[in-house]
Structures are given as C-alpha cells and as structure tokens.
Design a protein around this ligand. Structure first.
Ligand code: G3P
Length: 220
C-alpha cells in the first residue's frame, strides 16, 4: 500500500491539542482511502496522540544512544515504550552523522520500529538504502516548505533515487517529499516509482487541514 506520512514539524498548527485534532483528522481520512497514513507529531505530544488514535504514530527524530547518562536525549527504546511505531531519521532539519544513522537503523530493526531515513540527493539515498531501513525519503532541501512539488520540479531526482535505492536494496520503500500538496503531486510521485510521500506544510499549515487532507488523497 502506498504511504502518506505527515510530519507536523514544530508548527504551532500541529502541536499541543492541535497535534491530537490533526491526528484524528488523518485517522478519519485514512479509513476512506487505500493509503497507509501515519503522523509524526512533536515529541512532547506523542503520548497524547497515541492515546487518541489508532493509526501509526512516528517520532520526528531519535538520538543515537541507548539508555544511560545522556542528558536530554531520546533513545529508540523510550520511543518503543511509549507506543511509537517508528521515526524519521536524519530529517533535513535534524541531520545526523552517518554512524548515527547506521546505529539507529539497526537499533530500530531490533526493536521492530519502522525507520524512515531522509536524504537529500540520489547519492545519499543510495547510501541510506544500503543500511537497510524500511523507508528512505528523498527531499531536496530547497523545495521543502516551498509548495513546489518535488515530483514535478525535480522528477529525475525521484526516479533516479528510486532506481538507485532499489538497485542496492530491492526491499526498501522510497518516499519523496518537499512541496507535496495536492493529489496530483501524490500521483506524479507514485508514477515516478515512489512508494508514497512525506509531507508537512501542505496539510499542517493549511487553513482547513481536513479539507487539505481530503484533497491530498483524492477524496475531493
Ligand atoms: O518532512 C517533510 C518535509 O520536510 C517536507 O515539507 O512542508 O515541503 O511538505 P513540506
């Protein structure tokens, strides 16, 4: 099933009570469509969201450490304990070192958490895919938050990332993100070989989030 993963980032429109109401809206919409839909609320809202919805809830980041004397770190084990199903790793707004990405992907595998490693070009997508995460998500940073969809502005980066990732690891799923707002953007991503999309502002910053979600998945 193709995936639509929504990252709430640190937007006010997706935090606190709004993290819960937006997640409920995603859940409602997900029941009407044939997409796998998951949400990535801010850390502090994870428990509230998990208590209120049954769709998969992901973190936006995890730290590459285990339990121990690490002040202000969030370990993969802590996420697992809270009922989080997976996390973005190496988002362009929260980059990590290669060794940390490798640690997290392997730890997520042990804990049965879903890993979504974000990348910025074909070469990093290929490198990330070789670590055997569940997903890689190619997002050209210059298009993030731009409203200009990667699937239209840079179709070759999506196509080439899919090819490079699947060449090295046929099991990896490839998402694309940046500027995805409409159903047409989602369809072009899928036509280019992507297994789904990762997006934020098109839904979280929309005046009517529910309507934006319905439009995104082709219900309007
Ligand atoms: O994690 C998704 C993100 O970086 C893309 O942001 O606002 O362009 O959908 P946006």
């Amino acid at each position: 099933m193709k995936a639509v993963i929504i990252n709430f980032k640190a937007y006010g429109e997706g935090s606190g009570e709004k993290a819960v109401s937006l997640s409920k809206a995603v859940e409602e919409v997900s029941k009407k469509v044939d997409f796998y839909m998951a949400v990535c609320p801010p850390f502090v809202d994870l428990s509230d969201v998990i208590r209120n919805v049954e769709i998969d809830v992901f973190a936006q980041h995890a730290d590459a450490v285990g339990y121990g004397s690490h002040t202000a770190r969030i370990t993969p084990e802590m996420l697992k304990e809270k009922g989080v199903k997976g996390s973005l790793i190496n988002h362009s707004e929260r980059r990590l070192r290669l060794a940390d990405i490798e640690f997290l992907v392997s730890k997520f595998g042990e804990l049965e958490l879903t890993s979504v490693v974000c990348t910025n070009n074909v070469a990093t997508t290929k490198a990330a895919a070789s670590l055997k995460p569940d997903y890689v998500a190619i997002e050209p940073p210059e298009l993030i938050g731009s409203g200009i969809p990667v699937s239209k502005a840079e179709p070759e980066i999506v196509e080439n990332s899919v090819r490079a990732a699947k060449d090295i690891n046929p099991d990896v799923k490839v998402l694309c993100g940046a500027g995805i707002t409409t159903y047409e953007d989602v369809v072009s991503a899928i036509d280019l070989g992507a297994d789904g999309v990762l997006l934020a502002s098109g839904v979280v910053k929309a005046e009517d989030q529910k309507r934006a979600l319905e439009e995104l998945v082709g219900l309007r």
